[in-house]
Design a protein around this ligand. Structure first.
Ligand code: SAH
Length: 295
């Protein structure tokens, strides 16, 4: 639906061509049933980046998911393709303009399901609700995602409100832009789509899946620099091994993440058993975080 964009130069299979027209990275890539990801960024050349490697890259080639990269600058009305302006009220830095960002979001959403549960619009932001494995699972159960990557000081508040954008943080630290956080989120979500991981069990066992951190792993050699693999793991006694792993997971969680441990114990025996982030406070403050529940 957008106007014609300049002729693409060929950069190989995964090279994103940013344009005002959302397009798959490879022709026909948005296969039926594929999980579709749209990324809004002023640095389209950063994608697919690390996502082209290993499991996410294979899944991209296999059309388990598709990636459409939109250059926010294409939606700037003026010749200079200005996407930012000085902050109202003064202060350092620049703020991404609401009209430009809204045009990019509207374009991205034009051909996607309106149901925001199936296809949320997410702004990666240090102010957002911290991402958890529970939220990753919910996202992976949807049809797709539109991710807005901020730069500079961030995005004008009004567009976030007007377009009902969800803010998600990848942790209590500040990066220069939302592109790496978007990649982290995409990686976590795509990883849970059927056919991406070889061994489905690894999803059941891993950190957070039961509200606990994962137990330690060992592999050959049996003795390395004088350190032995715990004997129980070599016993072949599956019930005892499971018990040992659970005790290690418990010990690590208590030690390193008392917040997770509290959530785990307070939820034990809860009727539905699943801890949903959507029930957690929206604040990214310390107080809010300790109440966030992961599983
Ligand atoms: N002034 C902002 C920081 C802007 S950092 C503040 O203090 O909150 C520039 C951009 O990087 C943000 O718009 C956001 O998209 C991204 N970003 C930085 N840290 C992030 C984090 N921890 N999680 C998700 N996105 C982050």
């Amino acid at each position: 639906m957008a106007g014609e964009s300049p002729k693409p130069r060929s950069h190989g299979m995964f090279q994103p061509r940013a344009s005002a027209r959302p397009r798959p990275l490879m022709p026909g890539q948005a296969a039926a049933g594929a999980f579709r990801v749209k990324v809004l960024t002023i640095l389209p050349e950063m994608f697919p980046g690390a996502l082209a490697a290993s499991l996410t890259g294979k899944a991209l080639t296999a059309r388990i998911w598709s990636l459409e990269v939109l250059d926010i600058r294409e939606f700037a009305g003026n010749k200079h393709r200005t996407v930012d302006d000085t902050p109202a009220g003064g202060g350092p830095g620049l703020v991404m303009k609401p009209d430009v960002v809204a045009a990019a979001i509207d374009h991205a959403q034009a051909d996607v399901p309106e149901d925001r549960e199936r296809w949320p619009v997410i702004y990666l932001s240090p102010r957002g609700r911290p991402l958890t494995q529970a939220r990753v699972r919910e996202l992976a159960a949807g049809a797709g995602l539109t991710l807005l990557c901020g730069r500079f000081e961030g995005v004008d508040q009004r567009v976030l409100e007007a377009r009902e954008v969800e803010e998600v943080s990848i942790g209590d630290f500040v990066l220069t832009g939302g592109e790496i956080p978007a990649m982290a989120l995409i990686d976590a979500v795509v990883r849970l789509r059927p056919g991406v991981l070889g061994n489905a069990e690894s999803i059941e066992e891993e950190s957070f899946s039961r509200g606990l951190l994962e137990h330690p792993h060992y592999t050959r050699p049996q003795v390395w620099e004088g350190r032995e693999i715990p004997e129980i793991l070599l016993s072949g006694h599956h019930a005892k091994i499971a018990e040992w792993r659970l005790s290690q997971a418990t010990r690590l969680t208590k030690q390193r993440r008392p917040d997770l441990w509290r959530a785990h114990t307070s939820d034990e025996g809860a009727a539905d058993g699943d801890r949903e982030l959507s029930d957690a406070p929206t604040s990214a403050t310390k107080g809010g975080q300790t109440k966030d529940r992961e599983r």
